[in-house]
Design a protein around this ligand. Structure first.
Ligand code: ADP
Ligand code: ZN
Length: 761
C-alpha cells in the first residue's frame, strides 16, 4: 500500500521544513534517543532563533551542509506517527515549488493544528509524555456500535414492534450507528442486543466522528438509472480509474444535469477498487444536502472536513483517513490536503468557484493543485461545473483535459425562462423600492399565489453598502482600511467587511459633527425589509454571512427545503448548489454589480453568478422563471447567461483575453508588499521592480512588469499594500524572473513584508 509504508530515517542529521518566511530547509542533529524514531513527515520540535518551533522532517542527511559547523539537536517528536504520507509530502513539495512558497509554511498550512499542549508535554528524552496520564485528554474519543443486518431472513421469527422497526431501518442501509437510532427507538442498545440474540443483526464497536453533518439520519437510497449522457461520462471515468494513469476530466453539465450523480458513481467505482476519493466543494457549510446524498449512498464512512470541527475531531478524521479506515473525504479548499490513503479520484465540484483560491498566507488554488496531486498520485481528477472557468474550458478545448458534457437536465425539466428587466426604463415598481421593479414584483406575487418559493439574489450584505454625512457629504470609512463602512441596521452598526471594525451608526460626523446621514445603495438586509413590506403575508428569510454562522446556514436551508420559507433573500450563498423542487422563481436584484470590479475576470464572474443562480429555478415539474434586473441588458455576460449559453460566452471571452493577452494566453505572478507606513511599502515595491528590470527577460520585453502601484485596497487592517505584476506568455521565463525576486525577498526588505502570488485572482 502506497499510503502507509513510511520508513525510519537512520542518518545522523535531518532536514526540517520550518514555518518561517525563508525558502530553505534547516539541518538538525538527531540525538541518539530519537534515532530510528523519525520519519519523513514527522512533526518535530526544534530550536530556531531562540524560539521553539514545530516543523516537519522532510529527509535524512549524512553530513552537515557546507559552511555549517554544528547543528542543534531535534528537541522532540511531537506526534508518534508522521502527519503526512509519502504521497502527500511529495505533492506538497511540488506545490511549494510551483507557488515559490517556503515548504515549511506550506506544510503548516496543510497539517492539522498541533494537538494542544504538545510542546509542553515533551520530555527531556524527546518523546511525549503519555497522554493517558493527562486528565481530560481522551474525553472526546467516541466509541459506538455499528449495527448491520446479518442477511438472515426474519420469516417465522416473531418480532416486537421495536425490533421490526429496527429491521426495517437496516433493510435499506449497509450499517447504522447506534446514535442514529436514538430518537427513533427507545433504548436502541437493548433492541440491537435482542436482534443479535435471534441471529438477525450483528454489531461491531467502532470509533465514530461526532459531527453535525452526521446528526440527522439518512435513508439509503437506490441510485437512479443514469441518463445516456451520464452513462457516457461514468464509463469514461471508470476506464480512467482502471488505467490509473492520472487522467483529468472536465464534466461540463448545465445546472441540474446530474453531475453529482456522476460523482457518486465515480466514487463508488474507486471504492470497489479499494481506493480512496476526495471531493472538494466551494463551501461545505452550504452543502448539507450534498453530504446527505453521499451518506445515503455510502453510509457514514465519510470524513466531512469543515471549520466547525474541534481539533480533536479533525485529528480523528485525519487518522481515520491516513489509516484507510475511512476512504472518502469531503470538504472545502483545505480538504485538498486530506491524507486519503491510496487516492484514486479527486472531484472538484463547481471548479469555477473563486473560493478555491486561498488568498492569505500560502496562496494556492485548490482546483489547480487537485490536478497536480491527482497527477502525482496517478489518480483521476474530475472538475465539474455548469459554468467552467475560462482557463479550465480552454484546457479542455486544447485536449489537455477531457471534456464530458451533460447538455440537459437529468429530470427532464427545461431550463427556466429568463426575463431581463432594464432598470434604466423600469425604475421603481409599485412599492417605490428601487430594487423591486414592476415585473419582479408581479413575478413574486404570482409565485406566492401558486404556493411556490422564490429566491432573490443581491450580492451585498447589510442594509446600505455605504453612508454619507448629510451635512458635509463625507463617506463613513473604516479607520484601518480604505473602504466605506456598511450599515447593518439590525445591529445598529456600521461595519467594515474586511477587518472587524464596527461602530454605532449615530456617531457625529468626524468632519462636521452632523448626525444625519444618507444611505447609498442597497444590501440584502434592505431588500429583505422591502419584500416583507410589499408581501406582508409571505414568510421571508435571509441567507448571508450575517444570518448564517455555523448551524445557522443549515437551519435556514432546512426551513426553505421543508417549505417554511416563501422568499429567501441572500448573497451569493443562495446561488450555490441548492436543489429545491418548489423554488420556481429566481430574482436577481442587480445583475451588473459584479461587473463593476476592476478585474479582467469581472465579466466571467458575472456570467457564472447569473447562470448559477438562474439554475436554482424550476428544477422539478413546474417550469421555472428568472427575472434579471440590470442597467446593462446588452452586456454579453448578462445576455448570454439569460440564454443559458455557456459556449457563446466562452467564445466571446476567450477572444477578448487573447486580444489583451490575459490568462490563459499569459501567466501572471503578483508581488505583494505591505508595511505599516506607506513610504516603506512603496520603496520596497520599487526595489523589487528595479530588481525585476535587471533581468534579461524583462529587458527583452518577454516578461512585462506592471507597477509598482498601490493595491486596490491601499490600506487594509492598518497596513499599506503595494503591488507589482509580472506578466508573460512564456511561463518558464516568467518563473525565472519570479525566482529572481524571491531570492531578493529572502535577503530581507525590512520593515516590509513581501510575498509572491503565482496565478493571482
Ligand atoms: P447537478 O449536480 O448537475 O446540479 P444533480 O446531480 O443535483 O445535478 O441532479 C439534479 C436532480 O436530478 C437531482 O434531484 C437528482 O436527484 C436528479 N437526477 C440526477 N440524475 C438522475 C437520473 N439519472 N435520473 C433521474 N433523476 C436524476
Ligand atoms: Zn477595516
Amino acid at each position: 500500500m502506497s499510503g502507509s509504508a513510511s520508513e525510519s530515517i537512520i542518518s545522523p542529521y535531518v532536514e526540517v521544513a520550518l514555518p518561517v518566511p525563508l525558502r530553505k530547509l534547516f539541518t538538525y542533529d538527531v540525538p541518539s534517543g530519537l534515532r530510528g524514531s523519525l520519519q519523513r513527515g514527522s512533526r518535530v520540535a526544534v530550536s530556531f532563533s531562540r524560539r521553539k518551533l514545530a516543523g516537519f522532517v522532510v529527509g535524512g542527511r549524512e553530513d552537515l551542509p557546507q559552511g555549517v559547523a554544528r547543528a542543534l539537536p531535534v528537541a522532540g517528536l511531537l506526534e508518534p506517527e508522521p502527519v503526512f504520507t509519502p504521497e502527500l509530502l511529495r505533492f506538497l513539495d511540488q506545490a511549494a515549488k510551483y507557488y515559490m512558497h517556503p515548504l515549511g509554511e506550506v506544510l503548516r498550512a496543510a497539517a492539522p493544528a498541533l494537538p494542544a499542549g504538545a510542546m509542553r508535554r515533551l520530555r527531556a528524552d524527546g518523546f511525549l509524555e503519555a497522554s493517558e496520564n493527562l486528565p481530560g485528554q481522551r474525553v472526546a474519543r467516541h466509541r459506538t456500535w455499528k449495527v448491520s443486518a446479518t442477511g438472515r431472513g426474519a420469516a417465522g421469527i416473531r418480532l416486537g414492534a421495536r425490533q421490526r422497526k429496527l429491521m426495517e431501518r437496516l433493510a435499506n442501509r449497509e450499517s447504522i450507528l447506534l446514535e442514529e437510532l436514538r430518537g427513533e427507538l427507545k433504548d436502541p442498545r437493548a433492541v440491537v442486543r435482542s436482534l443479535v440474540d435471534k441471529g438477525l443483526a450483528e454489531f461491531e464497536e467502532v470509533e465514530a466522528i461526532r459531527d453535525p453533518f452526521f446528526r440527522a439520519p439518512v435513508t439509503r437510497a437506490a441510485p437512479p438509472v443514469p441518463t445516456a449522457a451520464q452513462q457516457l461520462a461514468i464509463d469514461a471515468i471508470r476506464e480512467a480509474i482502471e488505467k490509473r494513469a492520472g487522467e483529468a476530466f472536465l464534466l461540463h453539465g448545465v445546472t441540474g444535469s446530474g453531475k453529482t450523480e456522476v460523482y457518486l458513481r465515480a466514487i463508488d467505482e474507486v471504492r470497489k477498487q479499494s481506493l480512496g476519493a476526495l471531493l472538494l466543494v466551494p463551501e461545505i457549510a452550504l452543502t448539507p444536502q450534498l453530504v446527505g446524498r453521499f451518506r445515503a449512498r455510502f453510509g457514514d464512512d465519510i470524513a466531512v472536513l469543515h471549520s466547525g470541527l474541534t481539533a480533536r475531531q479533525r485529528d480523528d478524521a485525519w487518522q481515520a483517513l491516513r489509516r484507510g479506515r475511512v476512504q472518502v473525504a469531503i470538504g472545502a479548499r483545505s480538504a485538498l490536503f486530506a491524507p486519503v490513503a491510496d487516492l484514486g479520484l479527486i472531484v472538484v465540484d463547481e471548479e469555477h468557484d473563486p473560493s478555491f483560491k486561498q488568498d492569505e498566507g500560502f496562496r494556492y488554488h485548490a482546483r489547480d493543485m487537485a490536478l497536480l496531486r491527482a497527477q502525482y498520485a496517478r489518480a483521476v481528477c474530475v472538475l465539474g461545473s455548469a459554468t467552467p472557468s475560462v482557463e479550465t474550458y480552454h484546457r479542455a478545448t486544447r485536449g489537455r483535459i477531457r471534456l464530458l458534457s451533460l447538455p440537459t437536465r437529468a429530470t427532464g425539466a427545461n431550463m427556466p425562462d429568463v426575463e431581463i428587466v432594464d432598470l434604466r426604463r423600469h425604475r421603481t415598481g409599485p412599492t417605490g423600492h428601487p430594487l423591486l421593479s414592476g415585473p419582479l414584483h408581479a413575478a413574486i406575487g404570482e409565485c406566492l399565489d401558486t404556493g411556490h418559493q422564490a429566491i432573490l439574489f443581491l450580492n451585498r450584505r447589510g442594509f446600505a453598502p455605504s453612508v454619507r454625512c448629510a451635512g458635509c457629504g463625507a463617506v463613513a470609512e473604516c479607520p484601518a482600511c480604505s473602504v466605506a463602512l456598511t450599515e447593518h441596521r439590525g445591529q445598529g452598526a456600521l461595519r467594515c467587511h474586511y477587518c472587524d471594525f464596527h461602530r454605532a451608526v449615530a456617531v457625529p460626523c468626524a468632519c462636521c459633527g452632523c448626525t444625519e446621514y444618507k444611505r447609498l445603495g442597497v444590501g440584502t438586509e434592505q431588500l429583505e425589509t422591502a419584500v416583507r413590506e410589499s408581501f406582508p403575508k409571505a414568510r421571508v428569510a435571509r441567507l448571508d454571512r450575517d444570518t448564517a454562522s455555523g448551524d445557522g446556514v443549515e437551519a435556514v436551508l432546512a426551513r426553505l427545503r421543508s417549505g417554511n420559507v416563501d422568499v429567501l433573500v441572500g448573497t451569493q450563498m443562495v446561488t450555490k448548489g441548492h436543489d429545491i423542487a418548489a423554488v420556481t422563481l429566481v430574482g436577481v436584484a442587480l445583475a451588473d454589480q459584479s461587473l463593476a470590479f476592476p478585474d479582467f475576470r469581472a465579466s466571467e464572474r458575472t456570467f457564472q453568478l447569473l447562470a448559477q443562480v438562474a439554475g436554482r429555478a424550476g428544477r422539478a415539474d413546474t417550469h421555472g422563471k428568472v427575472v434579471l434586473q440590470t442597467y446593462q441588458p446588452d452586456h454579453p455576460a448578462v445576455r448570454l447567461a439569460a440564454q443559458h449559453d455557456y459556449e457563446s460566452f466562452y467564445a466571446e471571452e476567450i477572444q477578448a483575453r487573447k486580444e489583451v493577452g490575459y490568462p490563459p494566453f499569459a501567466r501572471l505572478v503578483a508581488v505583494r508588499v505591505h508595511a505599516g507606513a506607506e513610504a516603506d511599502a512603496r520603496r520596497a515595491a520599487q526595489v523589487l521592480a528595479d530588481t525585476a528590470h535587471q533581468h534579461q527577460a524583462v529587458q527583452d520585453g518577454v516578461v512585462q512588469v506592471l507597477g509598482p502601484a498601490p493595491a486596490p485596497l491601499l490600506r487594509l487592517r492598518g497596513r499599506y499594500h503595494y503591488r507589482l505584476l509580472l506578466k508573460s506568455p512564456d511561463r518558464k521565463l516568467l518563473r525565472n524572473v519570479a525566482a529572481h525576486l524571491a531570492a531578493r525577498i529572502d535577503q530581507g526588505l525590512p520593515p516590509t513584508h513581501a510575498t509572491l502570488d503565482v496565478d493571482p485572482l
